[in-house]
Write a protein that binds this ligand. Structure first.
Ligand SMILES: Nc1ncnc2c1ncn2[C@@H]1O[C@H](COP(=O)(O)OP(=O)(O)OP(=O)(O)O)[C@@H](O)[C@H]1O
Ligand SMILES: [Mg+2]
Length: 462
């Protein structure tokens, strides 16, 4: 690689040591690296030139302006800017906000250095091939929208996708077990979009009988059927310039599938009893707890309809597969519910917390919310104990003899120091970068943990 063709990276982190060390690693990779310790410095470097930066890697939380401000400013100067946000405060909300502001990717610390290097070089290669990069362009609507809690890798991925597609018109298919947050995500997509000033119309397709569903969705003319005394515009037209949310899409009948397919193809509806179609401008989001591919195989769902719906897929994993979100959700719901019930803050005793963490949550987040609501009402003293939890949660836990050992790859022939490092980083990842909790779990002081992280260098979180 010649000196002139070296790709230029801008590294932004208020932690000088972390910035220097990551910079050295990337320089060894052949990049030209410019460092900045604040957003202001970064913008000066961008403005100073001489050439543009091929990619910018920025920390999120810094004194003064944040990494999010940098994303916006840098994209304004250069709409093609390729920005990676790196943060130890990686949660669903931050990931969604960074992507919506126009970041190319959002990476939680501690990150895997090899993976980070790959991500950078892949993005640069894609851009040099002139392929279009999946950048979001921030809409006019900022803030607002439902609160989405969690810091598991799964929910962070979900929010990245939501951030990337919220401004587009693409049809989205949301899948997941009951209570995993499908409707919440649909509402988030709507509220982050330029359609948010218009309506979000939800329809539960399984709750309505076939004939009724059709006239509910597409409307009907007067006298179209017995009881149709007046003309009705239908939910698609009510959602005009907004979003329609077709919940339990797996339950619609074969004739309705055919009609819906036509609506998605033609972007027009025909009210029942009418023969003049009407144009509609509606973004469609569909959701189901069923496996639509399986239904297609069984001949119960049209493949072409699945294809039309499944332009962007958001899969919400069950709560038992994102256990690290449970403590955050508990906190969130305890706060919300105490407010709703006009109660003082309610605490959770450690034994009850252990039970909640061990339970498998077949009803997912909705079940957790219901269990906490009941517990808050029962816990007159302001502390939720095991006795305030449903019997099956108390019993399910007593059947589990021991908490399963920390999952993860086994390392047959590794030096002790390497095993230690991997384990500490795994715990830190599980706690979402919370050093206080990680140190407590590991049985070491916070200072010891910080020293270890410093020793391990830039791939560790600051
Ligand atoms: N990540 C999250 N953060 C905060 N609240 C959440 C989250 N996910 C779900 N919830 C809450 O959990 C409840 C269930 O979510 P939602 O109704 O969106 O699930 P669903 O998948 O549509 O469920 P169902 O299959 O029962 O219709 C709601 O009260 C929602 O606000
Ligand atoms: Mg739902």
């Amino acid at each position: 690689m010649t000196a002139e063709s070296r790709e230029r990276l801008l590294l932004v982190d208020d932690d000088e040591q972390a910035c220097r060390m990551l910079g050295e690693v990337l320089e060894r990779q052949g990049y030209e690296v410019v460092r900045a310790l604040s957003v202001d410095q970064a913008l000066q470097s961008i403005d100073a030139g001489p050439a543009r930066f091929d990619a910018i890697l920025t920390d999120l939380r810094m004194p003064g302006s944040s990494g999010l401000d940098l994303v916006r400013e840098a994209r304004q100067r250069d709409p093609q800017a390729l920005i990676f946000v790196l943060t130890a405060f990686g949660d669903a909300a931050a990931a969604g906000a960074a992507i919506r502001a126009g970041a190319y990717d959002f990476i939680s610390k501690p990150y895997d250095l090899t993976a980070l290097r790959q991500a950078i070089s892949q993005a640069l290669q894609r851009r040099s091939r002139n392929a279009s990069l999946p950048h979001a362009t921030e809409g006019k609507t900022k803030g607002g929208g439902p609160v989405i809690v969690g810091n598991s890798p799964a929910i962070i991925e979900v929010m990245k996708t939501v951030g990337r597609v919220s401004q587009s018109q693409a049809t989205v298919l949301i899948t997941g077990e009951t209570g995993t947050g499908k409707e919440l995500i649909a509402r988030a997509l709507h509220s982050y979009s330029d359609r948010s000033a218009n309506r979000f119309v939800g329809v539960n397709c399984s709750a309505l009988a076939e004939g009724i569903l059709e006239s509910e969705l597409f409307g009907h003319v007067r006298g179209a059927f017995t009881g149709a005394a007046a003309t009705r515009s239908g939910l698609f037209r009510e959602a005009d310039r907004g979003t329609i949310f077709l919940d339990e899409i797996g339950d619609i009948s074969a004739p309705m599938q055919t009609r819906l397919l036509r609506v998605l193809q033609e972007r027009e509806i025909t009210p029942v009893g009418s023969d003049s179609p009407v144009k509609v401008d509606v973004r469609v989001i569909a959701a189901t707890h069923q496996d639509l591919e399986e239904l297609v195989k069984k001949g119960r769902f049209r493949e072409d309809l699945l294809y039309r719906l499944d332009v962007v897929r958001v899969e919400l994993p069950p709560l038992r597969e994102r256990q690290q979100d449970i403590p955050l959700l508990i906190n969130h719901f305890l706060g919300e519910l105490a407010r709703q019930h006009k109660r003082d803050p309610v605490a959770l005793d450690p034994e009850a917390e252990t039970l909640l963490l061990r339970y498998s949550w077949p009803g997912n987040i909705r079940e957790l919310q219901n269990v906490l609501e009941r517990a808050i009402v029962l816990a007159a003293q302001g502390v939720i104990g095991p006795e305030h939890l449903p019997a099956d949660i108390q019993e399910a836990a007593s059947q589990v003899e021991a908490v399963p050992a920390q999952a993860g790859p086994s390392h047959p022939l590794l030096p002790l120091a390497e095993v230690e490092k991997r384990h500490v980083l795994a715990v830190l990842r599980e706690t979402g970068g919370n050093r206080e909790r990680a140190a407590r779990i590991l049985g070491i002081s916070r200072r010891t943990l910080v020293r270890m992280l410093q020793r391990w260098g830039p791939s560790a979180p600051k």
